[in-house]
Structures are given as C-alpha cells and as structure tokens.
Design a binder for this molecule. Sequence first.
Ligand SMILES: [Zn+2]
Length: 161
Amino acid sequence: MLTYVLQASAVLKNVTGVQPVDTQEYPFDYKFRIKCIGCKRVHDNPVEMNRFDRFEVTGFRREANFLIKCRDCKRERYATLKRSKEKICEDEHQTPILRIITHGIELLEFIPDDQFECQSKLSNRVIQEIDLSNGEWYDFDDEGNGDVGIDAVKWELTLTR
Ligand SMILES: [Zn+2]
C-alpha cells in the first residue's frame, strides 16, 4: 500500500480558491500514468479515477474507487481517493489537493485534463470550465472589469504515510 498526496501550486492573478470541479454530479477524473509494482510494467495509456466510482475488490470485503487488472501479471490493482478540503489560494504555496491510497501500483505522473474552477477577486464570481492542461489560463472578468489568470501551475506527487 502506498499513500500519495497530490499537491499543486500556481501563480494567481486576481483569483483565489482554485480547485478541481469535483462533485457527485460532475466528478473530476484524476488521470495518472501508472506502473504495476508486481511486474514493473508501465501501463501504455494513462488511467482515470474519480472519488465516486465504487468497485468491489475480489476476495476482500473492501471497496475501491478504482480497480484494474494488470494485463501482464493479471493481478488486481486498486486505489481509493480522498479530496482534501483545501484550495489553491496563495501564490506558489504547495497545496495538498488529493490523497490517493494505492494497492499494487505506483503513480508516476498526474495529467490535469479535466475542469477546474476559481473565484474572481474582482467580482467574487465563481468561474468554471477552466482548462489547466497547459499549466496556464487567462481570461477577462467582465463583471469585475479586469484580467484574471492562473499560471506556472506545478503538480507534485509525494509519497507519505
Ligand atoms: Zn502487473
């Protein structure tokens, strides 16, 4: 069992509260490149997992949010996800976003290609449908009459206890 914390930092322009759009209605698909610990295979395609899927792990009275059978060693690998309460509010401050407990897999890289949201400091408006896959986003807040943006987004996966 490995426990990872996914952390993020960014440089914020007139916005605060950057976070994944992650609700029961719109679950965020957390996408990772993974490696099987048993056979050391790095899976060709990244996998997606979310907090609301439920799978039963064979042979255990246990549920997971993600379950995969490794194509090479045929063993079941699984993970559970827990979103922290935190949002990215400060410039270049590492914020823990998600805790991922994995069984039989290593997480190599996070690929942020689902939607994010933030709040404009100019109008207090919540802005959704933000794409951070290129590590940056810029817009103009009409209500607040000014530029808003997120850039230099850095993601970090750290092993923890
Ligand atoms: Zn394997």
